[in-house]
Write a protein that binds this ligand. Structure first.
Ligand SMILES: CC(C)(COP(=O)(O)OP(=O)(O)OC[C@H]1O[C@@H](n2cnc3c(N)ncnc32)[C@H](O)[C@@H]1OP(=O)(O)O)[C@@H](O)C(=O)NCCC(=O)NCCS
Length: 387
């Protein structure tokens, strides 16, 4: 019987050991792991110690995510790695379950992540919750735009005045993060390249902004990588296109992280934006009662469901939604039984209940499943930050 302990690294030597494991796990020698650890917060790193040796670990950002109401605390898992020689022995499961449990006890009803392997996280109750699409469009295919609106450079590392524009959009979409300082730092001081910011409109009444980096190609050519872009008026959108079109003598394409119903894709005159990477981010409902009661709802209705959760225990609930909020009542049992993975997918509003039935994640009357799914059917969630 091996002895396994999960805890924060206690000193610099332990952080260096975790860093070595992450470098090897991600094959990314050039990533600034020390900065990554500082940003996530040393207190939010976890290692698994087996027989006195660190074998793996992860970090979790203490995020909050928008789901139509006040932002809901969410543990954003990142940098999950296990030493190659120790894999396949349940180490990741050990530290991820312990960290999920801790996050739940600390009042985070949700956990989210970008997965390299869906299977690993499905085994822990996560399910795919939204599309993450890296789009690319040739600069030459952008509309010429209109330079009528003021466009001024700003330093995103110093000038924080435009953050309110993102925050307003975040409240109006599902899935956006309530960005905390480390997430803003990822944009202003990216791991790769230099961030350049441009404000559209006057300083008193800004209508949008963009922050981008250059990704060098051959013969002085480069890609423009949008780190953050918020547009609140048609004029701002046209000003963005005028700015980008002005780069076209050397810029080849523009890239950004978006979603399926992506606003920038919709703004293009033709279907010239192509996905260069398409994956799905994942969500875990750590605490169904709190997650359901904190969320906002676009529809009204009632459903009864038993949520099966082999890690945190089953719970049967009556969900009554009126006026955009849900009242949650614990009940004895319900004819509809769904896996916690199905609850995560429904919660995000992207997966049809019938798909979850096909995946074998639900049991019971189809009408009850439809009634539950109806509560969450809303706009596509958009998690526009990578972490
Ligand atoms: C992914 C990784 C952390 C798994 O670590 P591990 O200690 O070997 O995983 P565990 O033994 O605890 O397995 C946990 C579960 O995932 C499954 N699993 C593990 N590795 C898997 C893989 N490569 N593909 C599919 N499933 C896998 C296991 O079967 C197990 O499921 P079960 O509990 O239902 O049996 C490890 O392979 C790694 O460090 N990979 C490189 C970095 C990486 O991809 N990190 C994840 C980034 S999001």
């Amino acid at each position: 019987m091996t002895d396994r302990i999960v805890r924060a690294p206690i000193d610099e030597a332990e952080r260096v050991r975790l860093e070595q494991i992450l470098i090897e796990s991600f094959g990314a020698d050039d990533l600034a792991w020390t900065t990554w650890m500082e940003r996530i917060g040393h207190e939010n790193l976890r290692v698994v110690v087996e027989n006195g040796a660190i074998r793996g670990g992860c970090g979790f950002y203490p995020f909050a995510q928008h789901w139509g109401g006040p932002p809901i605390p969410m543990a954003g898992f990142a940098g999950v790695g296990v030493a190659p020689e120790a894999r396949g022995t349940g180490l990741a499961r050990t530290f991820l379950v312990a960290t999920m449990r801790e996050a739940r006890e600390r009042g985070m009803p949700l956990a989210g992540l970008y997965a390299s392997s869906a299977a690993v996280y499905r085994s822990l109750g996560f399910e795919q919750a939204g599309a993450t699409i890296r789009w690319s469009a040739p600069i030459a295919s952008l509309p010429p735009g209109d330079a009528g609106l003021a466009c001024d450079a700003f330093d995103p590392d110093v000038d924080t005045s435009l953050r309110v524009l993102y925050e307003a959009r975040a409240r109006s979409w599902s899935g956006h993060l309530d960005r905390h300082e480390p997430m803003w730092q990822r944009i202003a001081r990216p791991y790769k390249g230099v961030a350049r910011g441009y404000r559209f409109g006057s300083a008193d009444a800004p209508e949008g902004y963009v922050v981008y980096t250059h990704d060098a190609g051959e013969n002085l050519h480069f890609s423009v990588v949008l780190k953050d872009v918020v547009l609140t008026t048609p004029r701002a959108a046209q000003r963005l296109f005028a700015l980008l079109s002005g780069l076209r003598s050397l810029a080849t394409d523009v890239r950004w992280l978006g979603c399926a119903s992506d606003p920038l894709v919709s703004l293009l005159p033709e279907q010239t934006a192509k996905p260069i990477e398409h994956s799905r981010w994942m969500l875990r409902i750590l605490d169904p009662v709190r997650a359901l009661s904190m969320r906002g709802y676009a529809r009204e209705g009632e459903a009864r469901v038993r949520v099966r959760d082999s890690i945190f225990g089953d719970v049967a609930l009556r969900v009554l939604v009126r006026g955009g909020r849900a009242q949650i009542e614990r009940i004895e049992d319900a004819p509809l039984v769904i896996d916690t993975r199905a609850l995560a997918a429904l919660y995000a509003g992207v997966t049809q209940p019938s798909t979850l039935a096909l995946m074998g994640l639900t049991e019971g009357p189809a009408s009850e499943l439809e009634a539950l799914g109806h509560l969450f059917a809303d706009r596509e969630p958009w998690l526009c930050d990578w972490f």
